[in-house]
Design a protein around this ligand. Structure first.
Ligand code: KG4
Ligand code: ZN
Length: 349
């Protein structure tokens, strides 16, 4: 089964061909970062315009690099949500048109299901997507949540962030520190020369009781990252950065440590509750410090923790094709009727 995946939910224009949900034949990702950098974040209008301008070429490149003809494709899969509505619309309409013209099945895929399925790409380990249940930490710019994976298409959200996502916290922190966009890699780079114990930033613990009606989940598996960002802001107000330039690496290291600590603590709790097997996916899973700390947790607590390959952590289309190849995607008898859904919940996948 050769599946073409397409991903345009945010600021990457991506297309990929994956065989049998696992073997990547091609993976083309065109980042729009230079277009959004002047604004310090993603501008939805610019994102959708760039998708319109580049998606056809990126897709043709993916099919070419896979060494296939269009007729060799068995299905066309695309992210239908969550994400930026105008950006999603470009990928979904393009993929529908392509599937119809090729007379191939159309598979709408939930973005978080795609991230979860990235764990099985190009790995020699036994295919984890066949050993259920396991826990998944999805940690990216738009999402930070813990999901109990009971099977492909069977996901139970057990914890989520009550405010910012971890990647968003990295991006906002980098902005405050003048490190530029995107913030995660910038903070990681700056932190290399800094001391993680320079400032003790709060390890976001969601307060009890607040928003209990909206978030009916176990608080000990939920996240909060707005406090760490505010703490950094107040620190910088008290110690104006222009005079404290030498502190930036240590501030970055301390800030990174607070985010990583919070993520690792929730993972430890989730693993204690079981199942004692965790996969970690999404853009922030590229972070070296997080990868080191999770490896240490796996050793100390004798649990299994697997991280997505660095090439498949940030948004890409191979994960979308993988989800479709493993039997995922929106469960509906009429996939072509599925429209973009900027707030799609994982339960609908
Ligand atoms: O998965 P992704 O590409 O897009 C979303 O679905 O949101 O994740 C992007 C996020 C950004 O917030 C970026 O700052 C963060 O992932 N990120 C990192 C690193 N690389 C990307 N955060 C921390 N350390 C990194 N090395
Ligand atoms: Zn993503």
């Amino acid at each position: 089964m050769n599946i073409l995946g397409i991903e345009t939910s945010c600021d990457e224009t991506a297309a990929a061909v994956v065989r049998d949900g696992r073997t990547v034949l091609s993976n083309v990702v065109l980042s729009q970062i230079p277009w959004h950098r002047p604004y310090g974040g993603v501008v939805p209008e610019i994102a959708s315009r760039r998708h319109v301008e580049t998606l056809a070429e990126v897709t043709a490149e993916a099919v070419n690099r896979a060494g296939l003809r269009w007729s060799d494709l068995d299905a066309v899969a695309v992210t239908y949500g969550p994400g930026l509505a105008p950006a999603l619309a470009v990928g979904v309409s393009f993929a529908k048109g392509l599937a119809l013209s090729l007379h191939k099945p159309f598979v709408p895929v939930h973005h978080l299901e795609a991230h979860i399925c990235s764990i099985g790409l190009e790995t020699d380990d036994p295919p984890i997507m066949k050993e259920f249940p396991f826990m998944a930490l999805v940690v990216s710019g738009g999402h930070t949540c813990l999901v109990r994976v009971e099977g492909v298409g069977r996901y139970v959200l057990v914890g989520t962030t009550l405010d910012d996502a971890a990647g968003e916290a990295f991006d906002k922190g980098a902005n405050l520190l003048g490190l530029g966009y995107p913030g995660g890699p910038a903070i990681e780079r700056a932190a290399r020369d800094g001391r993680p114990d320079f400032v003790s930033f709060p390890r976001g613990r969601p307060p009890r009781g607040r928003r209990a009606d909206l978030i009916p989940m176990d608080r000990s598996l939920c996240f909060s990252f707005s406090g760490v960002k505010t703490a950094l802001l107040y620190y910088l107000m008290r110690h104006p950065i222009s005079r404290e330039r030498a502190e930036v690496p240590s501030l970055a290291a301390s800030y990174q440590e607070a985010i990583v600590d919070t993520l690792v603590a929730r993972c430890r709790t989730a693993l204690k509750r079981g199942p004692p097997r965790l996969v970690v996916v999404g853009g922030v899973a590229r972070n070296r410090r997080l990868r080191e700390r999770l490896a240490a947790l796996a050793r100390e607590d004798d649990v299994s923790i697997r991280l997505a390959g660095p090439a498949y952590c940030a948004d890409n289309a191979a994960m979308v094709a993988a989800a479709a190849g493993l039997g995922g995607g929106h469960r509906t008898p009429d996939p072509l009727s599925v429209d973009v859904d900027p707030n799609a919940s994982l339960g609908a996948a």
